[in-house]
Design a protein around this ligand. Sequence first.
Ligand SMILES: [Zn+2]
Length: 567
Amino acid sequence: MTARPGRRIRIFDTTLRDGEQTPGAALTVEEKVQVARQLARLRVDVIEAGFPAASPGEATAVRRIAAEVGREEGAPAIAALARCVPGDVTAAAEALAPARRRQLHVFIATSDIHLTHKLRATRAEVLGRIAECVAQARRSIDPADDVEFSAEDASRSEAAYLFEAFETAVAAGATVLNVPDTVGYAEPREFAGLVREVVRRFGRRAIVSVHCHNDLGLATANTLAAIQAGARQVEVTVNGLGERAGNASLEEVVMTLRTRPTRFRGATTGVTSEQITPTSRLVSFLTGIAVQPNKSVVGANAFAHESGIHQDGFLKNPLTYEILTPQSVGLAGSMLTLGKLSGRRGFNERLRRLGFELEPAALDTLYAEAIALADRKKQVTDADLLALAEQRADPVPALVRLEHWAAASRQGESSSGNVSLYYDGRTYRAFAGGNGPVDALLKAVDNALEQIIGGRPTLVDYQLRSVGSGEDAQGEAMIKIERPAPLEGEMIPRTYTGHGLSTNVVEASLRAYLAAINKLLAEHVAPASAQAETPTRPRRVEAEPDFGRTPATGRRLGASPPLDVPP
Ligand SMILES: [Zn+2]
């Protein structure tokens, strides 16, 4: 290999903006901050934290990420999205203010189909708006900060007009020009041709960026072709989350550059690839969106060699079938059994290898939990530790606490459940019948909740899986709920994800439900004395057969802001 140092590719992570537009992936402000912290550990160059004009919650999230993650020494730049309207640019600039380095991202469509049917504006009018809003963005952040202009639907825009739009943006002060394949329509050779021309015309005056969607499964291929054509920034998401079929996946792009440097003239990224697996797990855990087992790089089977011929070759020399190592993406070998816990130090070391850096206080709590688990379970495995540690990563305010539960269930009869919940100085007891013990208990919680907030949430997803294997494996539940009624001006009610972990799956389910409810309450009821406590977590096994509710699985339209679709 003749890899001389090549171009440094800027990794612009949009998991918290485009990724969060994944149907059902909504995160609370606290969860977004957690993801941003992990993205900083992954060492991406830019974190697109959100779309501040979309809602007050979005603005708060961006501002907190700018203040809490974007202020640290060597932190990634923080980006915020704005439509080409003055109010959006103002909101984005205000939210980004606390960060050390900012990237204000302004977008407007340039394809005739969007101009005619969505914007109802002429080409000249759109150029006027670009000039005005890019100049406003330029004035509202520091000269050293970047102003990015995105020509939404660039790949379906007439080239001559697209170049005019870019010329206008650069003249008004844009330093990054983004070429989005908004609808995932391009194919690699054609997309590379477009990017090469943009680089030829503007590459000396601006950083050329790409943003590819995966509607035809080509997002990563298009992104890599664009790098070969001279793009210096790529917009990607963890686990390929994003609008519809998602965005180009960070892990695929980064690991391809690392694995095949000579095909990209030695182009490199600043990403710490060993943080890829912990980041993928955290995002999957907090969004409640499982990674498919055969997903490249981060899927559960990505390093599993099943067939006999492959295993034989692999054992003789891993290079026969392995082009990248599990260690290079932070997979700490296999999920080995941890017979006896080897003291606090060994415990800490083990967690570190699984990608968790904990404060001493959190470490103490977790250690105590692992010791308690070791009393109930024959073996505490890496999978158990991971599950415990992941719960720590998901801060749940303890507004409603579970004091007691009981359920009865027999074949051929309906089940019954009763709960007692503690909230704001009072105990609420409720009873319900149901189709199975979980259903009965959740309905009992709903009855108690009626007394507390006068409404009940809608259950939209429920998954149960076992942690690791073995007859005494812990059960992990994940529940998603929607709040009782959408807020004013909100097209789709917001979802909240809760996790529950227990050796008893009924209790795991109940805890997951309460965790989701606590997140909902924290955002919508004045949090009198909310303090972070621990909830619980998921992957998948089918819902209990006797689980009588119907999880809503229908398609949802554009999950995020009630605005036009961002790039
Ligand atoms: Zn997009």
